[in-house]
Design a protein around this ligand. Sequence first.
Ligand code: LLP
Length: 424
Amino acid sequence: MSFESREGLLHAEAVPLTAIAERVGTPVYVYSASMMRARYAELDAALTGSRHQLCYAVKANSNLSVLRLFAGLGAGFDIVSAGELQRVVSAGGDPARVVFSGVGKSSEEIDFALKHAVGCFNIESGGELVRLAERARLLGKKANVAVRVNPDVDAKTHPYISTGLKENKFGVPAEQALELYAAIRADMHLNALGIACHIGSQISSVQPFAEALDNLLVLVDTLETQGVSLGHLDIGGGLGISYQNEPCLDAAVYGSTLTQRLANRDLTLVIEPGRYLVGEAGLLLTTVEYLKPRPTHEHKNFAVVDAAMNDLIRPALYRAWHPVTRVTPPAPGLEPRPWDIVGPVCESGDFLAEDRRLALAAGDLLAISAAGAYGMVLSSNYNSRSRPAEVMVHGDSFQVVRRRETLRDQMALEQPDERCAARP
Ligand code: LLP
């Protein structure tokens, strides 16, 4: 539907990717608006059994046009910094539907969020709760709070993106959560609105979510006996997508599993999906610059492309697998062989894909798929490379939604300031 080959030419919706490459150049991220909408609608429908709020996890892809699209669908947002909140506000999102997650919110960030009256602060430690209460008192505000509980559930995902185990830095253990709720209750500047968790990312089975939810419901019941009645339960994000052959999480099963458990309870279900909504709705378009076949080493042929680890770091960082496909058919007679798709960055870890059987020639356009989540947001200027452009496709038209960075942009922040004398 969103990215498919038509007569041998890969399209984003009804736009041939060659048209985007010609107009905008490469590397460029290309997003499908209709796929983002479809994924949102699918999750929303899967949760109809419960009162619910989808809070898109901004960190997955924070482009303002992506945020505007979700705001237009009535989404809330999961944020982890003042920067993400500013983006949500700039994109027309409703701060009342924002949950503010993260282990290290600064006083400035807390103040900024209080002034915008965000819907809920997800608290991750006793120290943070004390800080929030103090800032709310100083500003004369009352903060809605959910304690992020670490449910000690194994999400069976990559260790870097697993967050719900005892040994991870996130959330607080159940026993401590009860103490924090007692402190919230005793403070007139705090309101116990909900309870939260997030167990990890790229989770392909429903079972860890069910387990986490059950653990949270035990706490909800205990709190009820203590006279604390919560309004929402936030199960976090983490819904997995299909990169290689792994099964994409089944939204309908996910939805029914969660909503069944909440039947007969007066709780709004909050979820914080990022990757599921945008991951498969984006690809990175790149051009082959050079081929370095190695006649003596059949399995180490290098195709050097114009995108690199600074544009898409997931393969280098997690050994993540992204599909790589040609955009146009190969020239007749070109033999496929295994290629490592590598970038121009001066590191052996700079690969986008390894050992892919493709018929390639210099100048070919390649699509690196499932790159809509944790792609552009994790890009950098390493090797002083300018970050790629981003394009949003709507049916048969497309729009640059972030222009390609220039060298001038890169150097703009490096004009030396006045020297400051260090005095004893
Ligand atoms: N909520 C919280 C509190 C989170 O920490 C995260 C992701 C999400 C929601 C959204 O998770 P999602 O639905 O996207 O799985 N850079 C890694 C992923 C890091 C995820 C961090 N937290 C990657 O490229 O795989």
